[in-house]
Write a protein that binds this ligand. Structure first.
Ligand code: FE2
Ligand code: FE2
Length: 381
């Protein structure tokens, strides 16, 4: 299995606009909307002339954000007002509680492509999964699947709540980031819906909740710094979750579960692609990528303070994965399944290290981050 890849980048959109400047050079009055002389005034023809060239439509007639002549993405934006970048203003807007107002903290060069792909690839958990094909699963496998899905469901909640929390903190100068994170919110809500549906499809329902998993997730939800949280969630957590989806596609006991995993994997890959793209932007803005790595180490250490007794994937989940991988609970099946899960955990750790090195961290920092992640998150989310 290869590490998740980022997507081909959209045409370069960024630029180096000075902080707080009304980007796009639209600050002068004559560029703004025409002022009418009164309710009955007929605007002169020249006043309706457009301020810039018309939008470019795709061959099929679609209008993409990249087809618009938008103001360049500023390096920094003053946390004032509520408007997309480039609007003329005579007065500064009121102060706003945006905590994310710098390009290097939120932007990813693959955002536009990811937004379009996310919209194209939405699916419906009610109708796009062949639920009938999930009936008549052997009881041992159905129970093991329920153990795994109960635990996965908790991770899906974390992935849902985290981007939802940050959307309103992002300056609208970086609207594309909010658009993308909103697609993630919908994706994760759908994963929650699909997990619940598969759990109850054959009547088994939710299994026992693991408190250590909840403590680990709390350590993620309590983070307040977006770059660190995005790194923990999009790069580390969802990165390894994509590996888990690959495994689940292989060992799913039925076609409904398999389809759920295939579709969820595609969604997760977009989330990881954003996280890696965002991390690249951040690292590219720094002379020493390992100094950023040190901040992430601190975030992982603070997360560890919420985490108790986690030193690997929770044992009941490992056992359930082994039952699914082996195809049952007989001694032969158990031995096969255990071997498969052991190989999977090794693979998770290898892939995580590879992703961290590819992002630009040194071997030493990548290894340190990876070890802390295993301790704080049980190796997964
Ligand atoms: Fe998800
Ligand atoms: Fe995700």
């Amino acid at each position: 299995m290869s590490a998740p890849r980022t997507t081909p980048e959209e045409p370069e959109q960024r630029s180096r606009t000075p902080a707080g400047a009304p980007a796009g050079g639209t600050g002068s009055r004559q560029d703004g909307p025409p002022a009418a002389d009164g309710p009955s005034a007929v605007p002169p023809a020249a006043a309706t002339a457009p301020a810039g060239p018309p939008a470019h439509l795709e061959p099929g007639g679609a209008l993409l954000l990249t087809g618009l002549r938008l103001a360049p993405v500023p390096d920094e934006a003053s946390p004032q007002g509520i408007m997309f970048r480039g609007a003329p203003r005579a007065q500064p807007g009121p102060g706003m509680p945006y905590t994310l107002a710098r390009r290097d903290l939120v932007w990813a060069d693959n955002l536009n492509e990811l937004i379009e792909r996310a919209k194209r690839r939405q699916w419906n958990a009610a109708t796009d999964i062949p639920w009938e094909a999930g009936r008549r699963v052997a009881p041992d496998l159905e129970e093991a699947l329920a153990d795994v899905l109960t635990w996965m469901l908790q991770q899906e909640y974390a992935a849902w709540y985290v981007p939802a929390k940050f959307v309103s903190r992002i300056h609208p100068a970086y609207t594309e980031v909010g658009l993308f994170l909103s697609t993630q919110v919908v994706d994760e809500a759908r994963h929650v819906e699909a997990c619940i549906k598969r759990l109850y499809l054959n009547g088994v329902g939710l299994r026992e909740v693991s408190e250590s998993t909840e403590s680990s997730i709390k350590g993620l939800l309590m983070q307040d710094d977006f770059p660190r949280t995005s790194f923990l969630l999009h790069v580390l957590g969802e990165g390894t979750f994509t590996d888990l989806f690959h495994l689940m596609i292989d060992i799913a006991p039925d076609a409904a579960t398999r389809e759920m995993m295939v579709r969820s994997l595609e969604d997760e890959a977009r989330h990881v692609a954003y996280g890696v793209g965002r991390l690249r932007t951040q690292l590219a803005s720094q002379r020493d990528p390992d100094a950023v790595g040190q901040q992430f180490v601190e975030a992982l250490e603070s997360r560890l303070s919420f985490t108790y007794e986690v030193s690997g994937i929770p044992l009941p989940v490992q056992q359930a994965l082994a039952v699914l991988a082996g195809g049952g609970r007989s001694p032969d099946a158990a031995a096969r399944g255990k071997e498969r899960v052991r190989a999977f955990v090794d693979e998770l750790n290898r892939n995580r290290l590879q992703r961290l090195r590819e992002a630009g961290f040194s071997e030493k920092v990548a290894d340190h981050i990876s070890q802390l992640h295993i301790r704080s998150a049980g190796g997964l989310m």
